[in-house]
Every structure is written in structure tokens, then in C-alpha cells.
Design a protein around this ligand. Structure first.
Ligand code: MG
Ligand code: MG
Length: 262
């Protein structure tokens, strides 16, 4: 399959990513001190199956769960565990689906209870950098325009960008070409064409950019143990403007009700 998707393919990717969006909202309802990642994982798996899809990450390269649950200094690929969330934690929930031959992949970082103002600023900045990056997903621009929009914004605030892990194309598989780094130069990289579908997913560190992988073979955390945030949209490159396939609307409706907006 080529990088450019047909309207029918984009519709199926939208369907998957809308289900991911609604799954994240379902998870959001349950995020609170005392809740475990394993419990959130069960809720997500049930919700996905109840809606006619299967979890996209479960079994992917041997991943054992439905969600990646990445807490505090964990950047991505955290494995759900019996750890009970605590007041002041942040938790990135990354979710995938598979339905009708296509996949969904999106992520949101939540605040558990009351989180320090400095970490809240990191969350807001990372989410804003996602929006700035995605705004570049327009025909005629290049991948580097997305990358540099993310990097320039977060580095201007004193944060750092993870280099080793990047966004990606999405289609019948979770990770397709091209790579979509969160750092790079304007005007560099692959030219964007209408109908290309990509995941933009800034992983932004409060401290230094360096990461390490834990012995479990999955968990990626910051080397300096400072907090890291992660937000992800799936998006189709548009002629005039990006066609975002994910929405945070459902999640943010839940957070508003909980009085827990980031
Ligand atoms: Mg993801
Ligand atoms: Mg992804």
C-alpha cells in the first residue's frame, strides 16, 4: 500500500481513531488516585471489544496489554501494572484499535488529582506542540515542518524533545512510513501529499532529552527521572488544512465534568 490513502481508507482510519478517542474518554472517567493501570487496561479492552474492534497494541511485537500506561518519568510504552495512581502523578494513556483492516493510535496525558503547576505547564505545552505540529500537515509542506513546529515551541519554553522515538505513518499497520520526528528543520524531509496519514506524537521532557529503556524491554523513561508528557493525533494530510482523525473532545468533556482540565 502506498503512503497516500483513498477516501475509503481514510474513513476507516477515522472510524478507528474515533473509537480510540472514545476509549480514552472512557478511561478518563476512571483515572483517580488508587486506580491501577491494569484496571484502566481492562476497561479499555472491554470498551474496544464492545464496539466491534480489537485492541491494536495487544500482541503487537509481543506487547502484553491493550494500553500503554506511562507514569511520571516514563515517556512511552509503559506496561500496565498493579501500581496505584497517586495524587500528583501524570499518566500518558496510549491506545490502539484494529477494525475493518485498519488501525487507530492516539494518546493523551492525564493529571491525577492535583498536579504541580510546573508539571501542568509541561502537559499544556506538549498538547499545544501537537496542535502546532499537526497544523503543518498540509500538502506541499514537508515532514520537517511538522518536526520543527513541535521542537521550536517546546524548546522555547525550556523543555526537551525525545529523539529516539518518533511519530509515524498509519494505515493497515500501526507503524508505516514515513517517520515523523518531533525535531528537525523546516523544509526538510518527505514532502506531504494530500491523503497521507500520519501519527504526530510529541514526547516532551521536563529535563534533559535522554531516555533509557527498562529491563522489561518496553518501558522508556527519562534518564534524569524528570517528568515526560505525550499526546498523539492521527491525521490525514489535507489540501488546505489537516484532517485530524482523532478528537480530544470526548476526553475533555469528561475532564471538564471532573474539574480536572489540564
Ligand atoms: Mg500511540
Ligand atoms: Mg503512535
Amino acid at each position: 500500500m502506498g503512503l497516500v490513502k483513498t477516501d475509503e481508507e481514510i474513513a476507516l482510519l477515522r472510524e478507528n481513531n474515533q473509537l480510540v478517542s472514545r476509549t480514552l474518554a472512557e478511561v478518563a472517567k476512571h483515572i483517580a488516585p488508587g486506580v491501577t493501570g491494569l484496571k484502566l487496561d481492562k476497561i479499555a479492552e472491554q470498551f474496544i471489544r464492545d464496539h466491534g474492534a480489537v485492541p491494536g497494541f495487544l500482541g503487537y511485537n509481543g506487547f502484553p496489554n491493550t494500553l500503554c500506561i506511562s507514569i511520571n518519568d516514563v515517556v512511552i510504552h509503559g506496561v500496565p501494572s498493579a501500581y496505584e495512581l497517586r495524587d500528583g502523578d501524570i499518566v500518558s494513556v496510549d491506545c490502539g484499535t484494529r477494525m475493518k483492516g485498519y488501525v487507530g493510535d492516539s494518546a493523551y496525558t492525564f493529571a491525577v488529582g492535583s498536579v504541580s503547576e510546573s508539571v501542568m505547564r509541561l502537559l499544556r505545552a506538549t498538547k499545544e506542540s501537537l496542535k502546532l505540529g499537526v497544523a503543518q500537515a498540509v500538502e506541499g509542506k514537508r515532514v520537517g515542518d511538522i518536526s520543527s513546529a513541535v521542537q521550536r515551541y517546546v524548546e522555547s519554553l525550556g523543555y526537551s524533545v525525545v529523539r529516539e522515538m518518533v511519530g509515524h505513518g498509519i494505515g493497515t499497520r500501526i507503524h508505516e512510513k514515513p517517520d515523523v520526528p518531533n525535531f528537525g528543520r523546516c523544509g526538510s524531509g518527505k514532502k506531504l501529499i494530500k491523503g497521507m496519514t500520519i501519527c504526530v506524537e510529541p514526547m516532551i521532557n521536563m529535563g534533559k532529552r535522554d531516555i533509557v529503556q527498562e529491563k522489561d524491554g518496553w518501558t522508556i523513561r527519562t534518564k534524569d527521572r524528570k517528568a515526560s508528557a505525550h499526546f498523539e493525533y492521527a491525521v490525514a494530510v489535507g489540501k488546505e488544512q489537516p484532517d485530524v482523525l482523532t478528537t480530544f473532545e470526548y476526553v475533555e468533556e469528561v475532564l471538564k465534568q471532573k474539574g480536572n482540565m489540564i
